[in-house]
Design a protein around this ligand. Structure first.
Ligand code: PEP
Length: 254
């Protein structure tokens, strides 16, 4: 049984005080409930320490949105895995499409980052997904395979089984146009089969989240799909009411 994971990617939104306000609102809505799903928020780096302090004993985990693969040194502006670990991060999003397209992250870099994050006992959330041209040219599964094999290169099957994947079609991120339930289900099924063929049973049982304009209105259809184990949510995670509604919907399929 894979426990559902509902993860908020706050991107470059919220100051420290705004992040504390949002956390308090989320907490107030879930404090009397017994939630079985795992809840994760990924605020900007500078908010992480405050987020960890303010989520203590709340059932909410904190993660980062990115991480440098080198451990320390002259890399101005970067944040390393030991820094995130000591700050209290349990997860790190790796290879988000915005990192790939805006900051030139390749599968080779994604692979290095996965290794580093795993070595610091945090869980990487590996983001993969095709863009619209690739989908229109029927290249979706080729792209996903290249990203999966590139990201997991030289990782053991045990290490792979410690990761989470987020399938995020690039055309659905931040556009308000989610994949349909059928499109998402098809891609998730394909990813699970690919993992099984390449890395074996245990690795094929990792959690695969859907990301791309998931919101409180469309989450039920997506989260009810057999191979969708949760969501990576951008815009809708910035409003406590919609984020909690998604969490409560995930509970139905737990
Ligand atoms: C994301 O940033 O990973 C994401 C899925 O964003 P949105 O939900 O806003 O499409």
């Amino acid at each position: 049984m894979r426990r559902k994971l509902i993860a908020g990617n706050w991107k470059m939104n919220t100051t420290i005080s705004e992040s504390i306000e949002l956390i308090e609102e989320i907490k107030s809505k879930i404090s009397n409930l017994e939630i079985k799903s795992e809840i994760l928020i990924c605020p900007p780096f500078v908010n992480i320490v405050a987020a960890v302090a303010n989520t203590k004993n709340s059932g909410i985990s904190v993660g980062a949105q990115n991480c440098e693969y080198r451990i320390n040194g002259a890399y101005t502006g970067e944040v390393s895995a030991p820094m995130l670990f000591e700050a209290g991060c349990q997860y790190v999003i790796i290879g988000h499409s915005e990192r790939r397209t805006l900051y030139g992250e390749t599968d080779v870099i994604v692979n290095q980052k996965l290794k580093t994050v795993l070595s610091y006992k945090m869980t990487p959330i590996l983001c993969i997904g095709e863009n619209l041209d690739e989908r229109n040219q029927n290249k979706t599964f080729d792209i996903l395979k290249t990203q999966i094999l590139g990201a997991y290169k030289n990782l053991s099957n045990d290490e792979i089984s410690e990761t989470v994947i987020a399938y995020e079609p690039v055309w659905a991120i931040g556009t308000g146009v989610s994949a349909t339930n059928e499109q998402a289900a098809e891609a998730h099924r394909w990813i699970r089969t690919c993992l099984k063929e390449e890395f074996g049973d245990r690795a094929s049982n990792i959690r695969i989240l859907y990301g791309g304009s998931m919101n409180d209105a469309n989450c039920e259809g997506l989260l009810s799909q057999e191979d969708i184990d949760g969501g990576l949510i951008g815009g809708a995670s910035l409003k406590a009411a919609s984020f909690v509604k998604i969490i409560m919907t995930a509970e139905k399929f737990q």
